[in-house]
Each structure stands twice: as structure tokens, then as C-alpha cells.
Design a protein around this ligand. Structure first.
Ligand SMILES: *[C@@H]1O[C@H](CO)[C@@H](O)[C@H](O)[C@H]1NC(C)=O
Length: 257
């Protein structure tokens, strides 16, 4: 069985291929960007991809949206299937590991979190805070999507290091994930401490929403790495009061608090 996630990635790619191909149905070139999207989302070997593609074609025609199966056929028809599958095989590298995903998040959000951590009453305005929170949220959302590709993978893939070949221990994952969460929640705590009045009213919903994004990220990584929560909680101890003051109940329940 192919996962629903895999099918939905293909389905989405097929849909985007439709909108791309619709204006020029005859001469439409193969939409390689759609194929690349599939490759990035589907960490499987060539023959399996073939099976998934035919399943996707069945799925789309079953939905009574005739054009989608045309597009799937079109992609397969205009380029020899072997080429596509060969390309898929080449490009279908293992998905990013937890270590790679969280290291990327850490790099992306560190400068953003620093701006929030050192925020002052003078520059704590809705106009300065809003885009920073939005960028942090984008980074976390991308990470969550990347981690979804790890569901069902071998532990060696999930725990693969950023460099080298030695898999991360659960304790090392806890350090990495915990570090990102402490960085983030410290920044949130600094904002909560400084903002008052209208700014507080404007910023609080953004922070609560960010808490939901953090919850989604945390939920998936806890599902991928068993035993992580117990090692994570002591690392998060200094920032748990910030989670509580955010009123991020989703986050609290994921942490079993
Ligand atoms: C606010 O000012 C402080 C002190 O200059 C600075 O460190 C911080 O990055 C600024 N934050 C924002 C959001 O502009």
C-alpha cells in the first residue's frame, strides 16, 4: 500500500500540471517542475514510482475529473516513461533527516529570534514584530512538511546525521530539537514581556498561532523518534512557563503537561 500522503502529493502535482497544461493542451511541454515536485515528495525507487503513478491516474479518473488522467497520460506519453522513471530514480534521494531539518530551522530562525529576544519597548511594534513571526512560521511549516516525508522511513533515514554516517542518538535529537524550541520560546517570552496595550492585543494572536505551528512540528517529530519526549522535557523546563502564558493548549497537551 502506498501511503495517502504519497498519493496526495502526486494528486496535487497532477492538479498543478492541469492548470499548467490547460491553455495549450496539444503542444504542452512536459511540466518538469511538477515531476520534480513529485520526486522531492516521494522517496521511493523507480519501479514503485511507476506503480504509484498508475495508481494516481486511477485515482484521478475515479474522481470524475477527466483532464487529470489526460495530464498523467500526457506526461507519460510525451516523454518515454523509462526516462521519467530513470530520472525519478536518480532524484529520489532519501528525504531530509530530522537532524538536517532542524539544523536548517535553527539556521533560519536564529537571527529572527534574536531580534525578538532583544526587542525593546521602543521597537516592539506590530509592524516590526509581524513579519518576523511570519518568517519564523514559514520556516517551521516547511520543516513540518519535510518531516512528513520521513513518516514510515527506516530509522537510519530518520536519524541520519547532517554529515557523516553515524546516526544520531535520541539524546542528540533532543538536544537539537530542544535547542530550537528554547530559542524560539525565549524569543516569544521576550515579546510577551515587552508588549502592552494595542501592540499586545495585535501580537498575541500571532504568537498563539505560532504556538500551533510549533505544536504541529513537535507532534510529528515526537511520532518519528520514540523516546524523544522524556529527554526533551528537561531541556524545555526553563521555557515551559512561556508556553503556559501563551495559552498554547495544543502545545501543552502534546508535551503531556
Ligand atoms: C530592537 O532593538 C534592539 C536594540 O537595538 C535590537 O537588538 C533588536 O534586534 C531590535 N528588534 C527589532 C525587532 O527590531
Amino acid at each position: 500500500m502506498h501511503s495517502f500522503n504519497t498519493l496526495s502529493v502526486l494528486f496535487t502535482a497532477a492538479l498543478s500540471a492541469v492548470s499548467y497544461a490547460a491553455p495549450v493542451p496539444q503542444a504542452a511541454p512536459v511540466d518538469l517542475s511538477a515531476v520534480n515536485g513529485i520526486v522531492n515528495g516521494v522517496p521511493v525507487a523507480g519501479p514503485v514510482v511507476g506503480g504509484v503513478l498508475s495508481e494516481a491516474a486511477g485515482l484521478t479518473s475515479g474522481l470524475n475529473l477527466p483532464r487529470q488522467s489526460d495530464v498523467v497520460d500526457g506526461i507519460l506519453g510525451e516523454t518515454p516513461a523509462g526516462d521519467i522513471l530513470g530520472g525519478l530514480g536518480l532524484r529520489a534521494a532519501a528525504p531530509q533527516s530530522v537532524a538536517v531539518v532542524f539544523t536548517t530551522v535553527q539556521t533560519e530562525i536564529t537571527p529572527l529570534c534574536e531580534q525578538l529576544t532583544y526587542i525593546t519597548a521602543q521597537n516592539a511594534t506590530i509592524a516590526t514584530i509581524t513579519p518576523i513571526i511570519a518568517q519564523i512560521k514559514t520556516s517551521l511549516t516547511t520543516a513540518t512538511t519535510s518531516l512528513q516525508a520521513l513518516v514510515g522511513q527506516e530509522l537510519s533515514v530518520i536519524l541520519a546525521p547532517v554529515e557523516g554516517t553515524v546516526a544520531l542518538t535520541v539524546a542528540a535529537v533532543a538536544q537539537l530539537v530542544g535547542g530550537v524550541l528554547v530559542l524560539l520560546l525565549t524569543a516569544v517570552g521576550a515579546v510577551l514581556k515587552v508588549v502592552v496595550g494595542d501592540v499586545q492585543a495585535g501580537v498575541l494572536p500571532l504568537l498563539t498561532d505560532l504556538g500551533c505551528t510549533v505544536a504541529a512540528l513537535l507532534k510529528i517529530v515526537l511520532g518519528l523518534v520514540s523516546g524523544l519526549l522524556a529527554l526533551l522535557l528537561p531541556i524545555l523546563a526553563p521555557v515551559l512557563s512561556i508556553v503556559a502564558s501563551l495559552g498554547a493548549t495544543g502545545l501543552l497537551s502534546i508535551l503531556s503537561l
